[in-house]
Design a protein around this ligand. Structure first.
Ligand code: GRF
Length: 191
């Protein structure tokens, strides 16, 4: 049995898709939603879906191995970052080797790294005049957006697209692909 913790800090639309996708799954369960802001809408969504939540505080997350205990208590075996903006500390990367994945709303290595999140990414894509963008699902290591890529898919960007329209196209790709890619990766890990 694989038990997933989803780390998210925002609206949690990806988290919701993932929770729904694995609801009736025989061997993968979303057990916990972890957030770093008490007012993050993702927390309310998780409660509504009947998934336990955990709120992180920065000192606890970075200065002690605070999160590990809660993850162990929930018997978490796999971590999904879905809009989680804090850098994952080394103790967590080491505790879950090859078992942390992130989604990035662009085609890494383009438009990645510190500060490249949310609309910053889509505005940069627009300003650079890219003719396509997409999503990257990748393993997490100790640097932002630098782990091995598991999956990429692209969508066209036209000259008329606004950053908001680019964001909507990318979000659509995330919602379609993230959960199945997680499932496929976990199955491969276990085979
Ligand atoms: C997504 O675009 C994802 O790529 C990211 O943050 C966003 C989260 O959106 N890194 P949501 O909270 O799942 O709606």
């Amino acid at each position: 049995m694989e038990r997933i913790a989803i780390f998210a800090s925002g609206t949690g639309s990806n988290a919701k898709k993932i929770i729904e996708y694995f609801k009736a799954h025989p061997n993968i369960e979303v057990r916990l939603v972890v957030a770093n802001k008490p007012d993050a809408p993702v927390l309310a969504m998780a409660k509504q879906q009947g998934v336990k939540t955990l709120l992180l505080d920065r000192p606890g997350f970075y200065q002690s191995e605070g999160a590990l205990e809660a993850l162990a208590e929930a018997q978490i075996t796999f971590i999904v970052l879905a809009g989680f903006l804090w850098l994952v500390p080394p103790y967590l990367v080491n505790a879950y080797p090859n078992r942390i994945v992130n989604i990035h709303p662009a085609l890494l290595p383009k438009f990645g790294g510190k500060g490249m999140y949310g609309m910053h990414v889509h505005r940069a894509v627009k300003e650079t005049g890219e003719t396509n963008t997409g999503i990257t699902i990748h393993l997490v290591n100790e640097a932002y957006d630098e782990g091995d890529t598991l999956f990429q898919v692209r969508c066209p960007v036209t000259a008329a697209d606004t950053p908001e329209q680019i964001a909507a196209k990318v979000r659509q790709l995330e919602h379609v692909h993230f959960a199945p890619v997680i499932e496929k990766y976990i199955n491969a890990l276990n085979s």
